[in-house]
Design a protein. Structure first.
Length: 150
């Protein structure tokens, strides 16, 4: 195995420059540098943990919104089936609702835009805010179906 001394020297210079940039001088011992590195790792660790917790809380909120949407859609489908609408009719109603929500684009087009397979629900890939908007629209449709006996 060949040892490239120029490369090692360049790496040594880069490390020495980084140590100086961090505020250390030749008077500092290796112990000082190691302690500073441990403190930095601790800080990054705490920030990383905070980021993980924030991501987890957002995921929980998204899953909660998705669960509420699923329940609303289940209620809507029950209400619509009681009025004689079949699965295809329910799909058309949902697609029209998606088109209203997504600026005229029906469910099929939105799935294509997001690269979602036909068998997967669009809502599984939407952000939390959009899921909440979709749930509001579903609840409003539910209210109108029940209230006006559509």
């Amino acid at each position: 195995m060949e040892f490239n001394t120029k490369k090692v020297q360049a790496m040594g210079k880069a490390i020495a420059e980084e140590i100086k940039r961090c505020g250390f001088s030749s008077d500092n011992t290796l112990y000082d540098v190691e302690n500073a590195m441990r403190e930095l790792q601790r800080q990054i660790g705490l920030a990383g943990m905070a980021e993980l917790l924030e991501d987890r809380m957002q995921l929980i909120a998204r899953m909660d919104a998705r669960k509420r949407l699923r329940e609303s859609e289940k209620e809507l489908s029950k209400n619509i089936y009681e009025r004689g609408v079949d699965n295809r009719g329910f799909g058309r109603i949902r697609s029209k609702g998606d088109a209203a929500l997504f600026g005229g684009y029906p469910t099929r087009v939105m799935k294509e835009r997001f690269g979602i397979t036909k068998s997967r629900p669009l809502a599984d890939f939407l952000p939390t805010l959009t899921i909440a908007a979709k749930n509001l629209a579903t609840e409003m449709t539910n209210h109108n179906v029940q209230g006006e006996d559509l």
